[in-house]
Design a protein around this ligand. Structure first.
Ligand SMILES: Nc1ncnc2c1ncn2[C@@H]1O[C@H](COP(=O)(O)OP(=O)(O)OP(=O)(O)O)[C@@H](O)[C@H]1O
Length: 272
């Protein structure tokens, strides 16, 4: 369980990126985080893993205030948080299996990782994870020989190898084609349900988020302006999140206003 209470972040430049964010994400729940550029989505994700220090508020993971953890204990906190990235962040010259095992690096003594000697239990678990994400036949391939979708599957397996209590997912499909994007979103949602993992997915594609996640949080100007089901994303709500002009442009790339509710169109999968 993740609980965020009155989280605020003002950068040294004076930019107020987050302003009183309160959210609870239950086990197995996948939250799609949407909002225009500059709304504070990345800052929120970065505050949760303490890559950015919040200016106010509290973040609790499994009941522990991770905002209060001393810097020297941050590696232990980050081990509890699995990250999945837009550009996968794999080590290209290593195999699929080695990339997944790198998710265990925080757990094995340095000499073991240096010699690449992981306990058999970790290797067995990595095989099981690769099987789950559909890569059982590719364990010995180098990462640079994989397609984008396969790379993201490795990224998912590596995050799970950490045995995290929370998944933070940053634009997981931004580099993928529409069909692969759907498969990856489906996989993330299924895995979170199976493992009762809470997750926050920072996602630009509103239609994709609507289609796969059960809850959407919309940010605007560092505040939560929508927190509800995908069905509740009416045109009015989307205009509140993105601003009237920006949402019209997003819904109608040629800039013309559409009278039909764009969200309803998008919910049908049109445009995917
Ligand atoms: N390191 C930083 N220093 C100063 N201001 C920052 C920094 N990072 C972000 N900001 C500001 O904080 C606000 C929120 O930015 P953030 O990157 O969190 O938004 P975002 O919703 O993730 O945007 P995008 O979708 O474009 O990535 C913006 O006004 C941005 O300019």
């Amino acid at each position: 369980m993740l609980r965020i209470e009155a989280l605020g972040k003002t950068y040294r430049t004076g930019d107020r990126a987050l302003d009183g964010i309160s959210l609870t994400v239950a086990p197995g729940e996948v939250v799609g985080l949407i909002g225009p550029s500059g709304a504070g989505k990345s800052t929120l994700i970065r505050c949760i893993n303490r890559l950015v220090e919040p200016s106010a508020g509290e973040i609790l993971l499994g009941g522990e205030a991770i905002t209060a953890v001393a810097t020297r204990h941050l590696p232990a906190v980050r081990r509890r948080i699995g990250m999945i990235f837009q550009e996968y962040a794999l080590v290209e010259r290593l195999t699929v299996m080695e990339n997944v095992l790198s998710g265990r690096l925080g757990y094995v003594p340095f000499w073991r990782s240096f010699l690449r000697r992981f306990p058999q239990r970790d290797i067995d678990a990595a095989f099981a994870l690769l099987d789950r994400v559909g890569l059982a036949a590719h364990v010995d391939k180098r990462a640079d020989a994989l397609s984008g979708g396969q790379r993201q599957r490795v990224g998912i397996a590596r995050a799970l190898a950490q045995e995290p209590e929370l998944l933070l997912v940053d634009e997981p499909t931004a580099s993928l084609d529409p069909k692969t994007s759907q498969q990856i979103m489906q996989l993330i949602c299924e895995i979170c349900a199976e493992r009762a993992l809470p997750a926050i997915v920072n996602i630009h594609d509103v239609a994709l988020a609507q289609r796969f996640v059960s809850r959407i949080v919309g940010l605007h100007g560092g505040r939560v302006v929508y927190d509800g089901t995908p069905d509740g994303l009416s045109t009015t709500v989307l205009e509140r999140i993105y601003g009237v002009a920006d949402w019209s442009a997003l819904a109608q790339p040629d800039g013309e206003r559409c009278d039909a509710a764009p969200a309803a169109l998008l919910a049908t999968g049109a445009g995917l």
